[in-house]
Design a protein around this ligand. Sequence first.
Ligand code: GLU
Length: 432
Amino acid sequence: MLRFAPSPTGDMHIGNLRVALFNYIVSKQRKEELIIRIEDTDKDRNIEGKDQEILDILGVFGIEYSQVIYQSQNMRYHSAMALQLLHELKAFNCFCSTDWLDKKRQEAKESKVAYRYDDACASLPDELVIDNENPFTVRIRKPMEAIVVKDYIKGEIKFEANEIDSFIIMRQDKRPMYNFACAVDDMISDVSLIIRGEDHMSNTPKQILIREALGYTKKIEYAHLPIILNESGKKMSKRDDASSVKWLLEEGYLPSAIANYLILMGNKPPKEIFHLAEAIEWFDLKNISKSPARFDINMLKHINREHIKMLEPKELSRYVGFADEEIGELAKIYLEESNTTRDLKAKIASIFADKEIPDEIKESAQIIIKAIKDAPYFEEYDEFKTYIMKESGLKGKNFFRPLRLVLTGAEHGPDISLVYKYIKNYLREIVK
Ligand code: GLU
């Protein structure tokens, strides 16, 4: 079983989508199921509707899964397993107040040492625990030995025992802490491989410790993906528009192109342009670079153009707001000067919009418009051009500049004879 475990706390980040894509690909390769676990136990951070938005995005990208689980549904297991650990003395109740712990943390900071909980409550006598009416958290006992994480991308990483303290697994209000919920859920879902962002690497030894304490012997494999940097070399954050999958889609990047790019970055694929289904044939986690990947919008633009070229004209037509195949063909001609379906939509819209004609050529434009309105149908551009030229009595620049403006709404653009091929059936609408 593989899992993708998004938190419904904001717009989906491209880093998360990359994690989802990799999980999907590997689940297909291993012929194992992929489940989606919505990590919604941190109620204060959840944003209404983000869970559905995430599922919709997965749908848009063709990421199939067998089940959606909400982490909050597993809360009774989290409590039951915390009780088990308490019972086996692998966890203990901690009555230290938040103020006290904050003070200790501050002291550690001032003396420039890493803060570790001092195990003040680790061996309280039973009577003190049982009769205590103060609020308490539950802490798991710190490890006795180093914990080694074997990772497909990072290799072996050793966490010394003293790097991990007896950390909290259940809050005072009896809600599970993140690491505990996550470790238990991966165990009860029988997860075999966890693919996630490297920002979770420091959680991994804690989650391993939790499952070992619970007596779970299955070794879960790991792959922690390096972070994605923006163009100035900083971690790509919410402030970078391109970090939001929703933004990229709205800008007119095709899902297939975004997926292509996210699989390509920091990887060694056999080719540059591909579809998700092909990646399943050759994708290998071991080829993913250990170092951060740098997001390059120009590369994404290039890939997007290539994917737009591969679209069926009818489909592209829909992206630019039409239904006819010819408009899709027409849009492809504009790929020379456009990177996204949104750019293309604007180009096509300007062909059909009311045109703004500069004063000095208004008159000749009117003459050309009248000639086009009165003209018979011409299959070939050359015949059309010769006819309109003759009827209008214009030639050279005085003919071609207004003609282009009248037909396309732009001063420059692709070869007009190419454009004509696809607009010849719409001329009346265009010069209306
Ligand atoms: N909910 C975590 C996140 O969105 C992922 C946790 C995990 O994959 O283990 O970053």
